[in-house]
Design a protein around this ligand. Structure first.
Ligand code: AMP
Ligand code: ZN
Ligand code: FE
Ligand code: FE
Length: 319
């Protein structure tokens, strides 16, 4: 059995169904499960490039059994995803909430909350609405830096999606300013604190926890140690969040190297937090693929047991 991974016995339980686990990957400690669960993806409802319908079709084609749709600060993509959800694929409705603690931006994954619950709904709207003037301020900064980017261009790229830096980054690629979306996330351009960066309204994560719990949801701190995205919160803050009701942390994520994942797994064990893994798929805007990292079926079972606001929806093979 691998020390970095919790699997090894080969058998676990999801609800009443025994599930056989394949052997963990020996070199990178990536787990392969028979029930394939990816709990963090984005669609065109935020800054992914696949429509919700295409996303669930691709997820089924990729052999996934469970996918969570977690667009930034919105549940707008859920209805479309559900309307075409293929048989054999289960959708976990969710969202990724933009938060900030002591000046550090962080993301909170919220699963299976009641999407109509007014307080959480109002907070999502607040964050989402503030993205528009914020994007316009970033465009103004870019104009001042001599980049001929316009709001019309960014709005066209964002379409119906909650507008964010990846849309602006795509515009910079179109204009030939940077070669790739990733290259726009530097201090020269859009990275946290960068020349064209502007903050948006972000929720205090302790408030976010209260809102998510109050809406019957389950809260998982997304990529808590993704240092290449900017500053991250200290472990003491994760402990405080755990005390305040945080359910889990996303450990297996492309922005965590193997040492970081091992450290976070230890921290989760210490704090009694669930450990999730997911791709954070954004379509062609990022290099990751669906199912690149996945969540232990046992953990998924626990998430569904804790939720009271909504339930996973099994696909029926819609049109
Ligand atoms: P926003 O919510 O508008 O501040 O944009 C944040 C999003 O930008 C994240 O969800 C990522 O998808 C993306 N992002 C942040 N940092 C990076 C990075 N270093 N490279 C590529 N994408 C990034
Ligand atoms: Zn994103
Ligand atoms: Fe995120
Ligand atoms: Fe994400």
């Amino acid at each position: 059995m691998c020390r970095g991974c919790r699997a090894g016995s080969g058998v676990t339980e999801v609800g009443e169904n025994p599930v056989i686990l394949k052997r963990p990957h020996p070199s990178v400690h990536r787990l392969e499960y028979v029930v394939r669960i990816d709990l963090h993806t984005h669609s065109t409802a935020s800054d992914g490039t696949d429509t919700p319908a295409d996303l669930v079709r691709k997820a089924a084609a990729a052999g996934l059994d469970v996918i969570a749709l977690t667009d930034h600060d919105t549940t707008r993509g859920h209805a479309e995803a559900l309307s075409v959800l293929p048989a054999g694929l289960t959708l976990v409705p969710g969202a990724e909430l933009s938060c900030r603690l002591d000046g550090v931006s962080m993301h909170m994954l919220a699963y299976l909350f009641d999407p109509e619950e007014p307080a959480l709904l109002a907070e999502r709207e607040l964050v989402r609405d503030d993205r528009v003037p914020r994007a316009k301020s970033m465009i103004a900064k870019l104009n001042a830096l001599g980049v001929p980017i316009t709001w019309e261009q960014v709005a066209r790229i964002a379409g119906e999606g909650s507008v964010g830096r990846p849309h602006i980054a795509t515009a910079l690629v179109e204009l030939g300013v940077v070669p790739s979306v990733n290259d726009a996330f530097t201090q020269e351009w859009l990275a946290d604190g960068g020349r064209a960066y502007v903050e948006k309204h972000e929720t205090n994560p302790f408030d976010a926890l209260r809102l998510i719990k109050n809406a019957g949801g389950v809260a998982v701190f997304a990529h808590p140690a993704a240092t290449k995205r900017g500053r991250t919160v200290p472990e003491s803050a994760i402990a405080d969040l755990a005390e305040a009701g945080l359910d889990g942390i996303e450990v297996d994520h492309m922005d965590h190297d193997p040492d970081t994942r091992a450290r976070l797994r230890g921290l989760a064990r210490e704090l009694g937090l669930l450990v999730t893994g997911s791709s954070d798929y954004h379509g062609s805007r990022k290099t990751c693929v669906l199912g690149e990292f996945m969540t232990d079926p046992e953990v998924y079972g626990e998430i569904t047991r804790r939720a009271t606001g909504a339930f996973p929806v099994p696909g029926t093979g819609g049109a």
